[in-house]
Design a protein around this ligand. Structure first.
Ligand code: NAD
Length: 368
């Protein structure tokens, strides 16, 4: 197989995970990395994520057949300006990993169109609240959508070459127009982060006057606010690089809140019922139970009695299966059973766990 040199700028969660995925299917490719902090560079070298690392962005760019910019959006654009002045290989493929696409595609067309390069925007739609090379995970993108947003600098072969390069990520590749990408993600990703943060902020303020707010906050509230723990810097740059679409979703939502408020004001029992019922039906029809979006996981719920060593017993059954998270929902417990929530990386592990726990215990097991 032809040997290629891949240059990844930004050895954080996303850049590091992409590097590991490339190495899985192309162990003979040379992976060069840039990172400004010493720590992630050292970790990336120690973990074998890259073969060589630099803190000088310009150093490896001329050697690369493919350049992947996996840094924050603003920095991605700044790096494209720098690439415009470097002596790059002919037909080098340049791509990125940013969560919004219009500004990046526009910048590529503006700064790189005089060069003999190929550019396509990319958004690998998986992530976590963890950051840095330490968090890099070869399975991060498994079954997740890996979106390509073509530009005027994208050739017929650009995307198929990238798909071949990234085959080890086991992602689902898909193409979409950059503007449409930004509109869709404003609805299903950017706006929910605003809502989650706003809800958290509202509850925090309310909790200052009503002390029990903090103590009673449980299941539904936790689900709604989990993403409020996301990294603020990343979300600031996402919102500011997708202003129009995000502002549009905010004003649309305000109208919906006004509608519910009006129904409540008018004591419109049927209207309120239909409001909830429509949401319930819409949720059932959407693909959100399957992995493919941002940050999804496979959850299993076990009703466990309040007995000694019960958790240990279950973990013993799951020995050898990798768990993403484990949580005991014991807030608001009204009876002697608590709910153990275990999250897995993929459907196979989830099904295996369900089978083992059902076979070896009498506990009720539910898959969400
Ligand atoms: P990260 O914090 O783990 O890594 C970011 C990398 O960028 C680090 O290597 C850091 O050193 C470098 N960096 C940051 N600011 C820099 C600067 N000013 N100059 C030079 N280097 C700088 O973050 P990440 O999650 O890997 O995010 C990287 C890109 O991937 C971002 O554009 C983000 O929008 C996108 N993305 C993130 C997620 C997610 O959930 N984390 C998902 C999809 C896409």
């Amino acid at each position: 197989m032809e040997e290629k040199t891949i240059y990844i700028a930004g050895l954080g969660l996303i850049g590091g995970s992409i590097a590991l995925g490339i190495k899985r299917d192309h162990p003979n490719y040379k992976i060069l990395g840039y990172n400004r902090s010493d720590k992630s560079r050292e970790i990336a070298l120690e973990r074998g994520i890259v073969d060589q690392a630099t803190n000088n962005f310009k150093e490896f760019a001329p050697l690369a057949d493919v350049i992947i910019l996996a840094v924050p959006i603003k920095q991605t654009i700044d790096f494209m300006k720098i690439l415009a002045d470097l002596d790059l290989k002919d037909d080098v493929i340049i791509t990125d990993a940013g969560s919004t696409k219009m500004k990046i595609v526009e910048a590529a067309e503006k700064y790189l169109s005089s060069k003999k390069i190929q550019f396509v925007g990319s958004h690998p739609m998986a992530g976590s609240h963890k950051t840095g090379a330490i968090a890099a995970d070869v399975n991060l993108f498994e079954n997740a959508y890996y979106i390509f947003t073509p530009s005027t600098l994208t050739d017929d072969a650009t995307i198929s070459e990238l798909e071949a390069l990234l085959s080890g990520l086991h992602a689902r590749f898909i193409q979409i127009d950059a503007a449409e990408h930004d509109r869709v993600t404003s609805q299903i990703s950017h706006f929910p982060h605003i809502l989650s943060a706003s809800l958290m902020e509202q509850a925090g303020d309310y909790g200052n006057q009503h002390e029990m707010t903090k103590r009673f906050a449980a299941g539904g509230f936790r689900d709604m606010t989990r993403i409020a723990e996301s990294e603020p810097g990343m979300w600031t740059s996402i919102l500011l690089s997708n202003r129009e679409a995000v502002l549009n979703r905010i004003s649309d939502f305000k109208e919906r809140l006004d509608t519910v408020a009006q129904l409540i004001l008018e004591n419109d029992e049927e209207g309120i019922w239909h409001y909830f019922d429509k949401a319930r039906q819409t949720r059932k029809e959407m693909e959100i139970h399957k992995r493919g979006g941002v940050d999804s996981s496979y959850d299993l719920f076990v009703d466990v009695p309040d007995e000694e060593d019960v958790i240990l017993r279950i973990l013993e059954l799951l020995r050898g299966t990798s768990l993403v998270n484990i949580h005991i929902n014991e807030e608001n417990r009204e009876d002697i059973f608590g709910i153990l929530q275990i999250s897995f990386k993929n459907a196979k592990d989830l099904q295996r766990a369900e089978r083992l726990i059902s076979q070896h215990t009498d506990y009720k097991v539910t898959i969400k």
